[in-house]
Design a protein around this ligand. Structure first.
Ligand code: AMP
Ligand code: ZN
Length: 113
């Protein structure tokens, strides 16, 4: 499958991993938009939350547990951080493999006006 994040899971494209277990991977965003910018993905290919079904929702729970852990390890749990997931054209989603952006390390601008 021609999916850049599946290739990161397979190891055929390099990444800077910050977390890995049998179901979830966390790695640094290649174009960070905050001092802390980690991407958290399921190893299973799911294009976006729109296509999630059944057990995928427990996987999405796992992604949030991992996000909490990474936020603590990166030292932003107290200062605050944002979890963000784009779905579909109007969101500007670029990579069609479900991911959570974990953003922090500075005062973040508003995303809701
Ligand atoms: P989105 O717009 O939500 O689909 O975000 C995709 C994100 O993936 C962007 O923030 C990109 O900088 C990031 N990205 C794309 N390719 C790579 C890569 N090879 N390694 C790490 N991050 C990547
Ligand atoms: Zn994929």
């Amino acid at each position: 499958m021609d999916c850049i994040f599946c290739k990161i899971v397979e190891g055929t494209i390099p990444s800077t991993k910050v977390y890995e277990d049998d179901r979830v991977l966390g790695f640094l965003d290649i174009r960070p938009s905050a001092p802390v910018h980690v991407l958290i993905i399921p190893k299973k290919h799911i294009p976006s939350v729109t296509e999630a079904e059944g057990e995928d929702f427990s996987l999405i729970g796992d992604m949030h547990r991992v996000a909490q852990q990474i936020a603590k390890e990166k030292g932003v749990a107290e200062s605050g951080y944002r979890l963000l997931s784009n779905s579909g054209p109007d969101s500007g989603q670029e990579v069609f493999h479900l991911h959570l952006h974990l953003l922090g390390g500075e005062k973040l601008g508003s995303v809701n006006g």
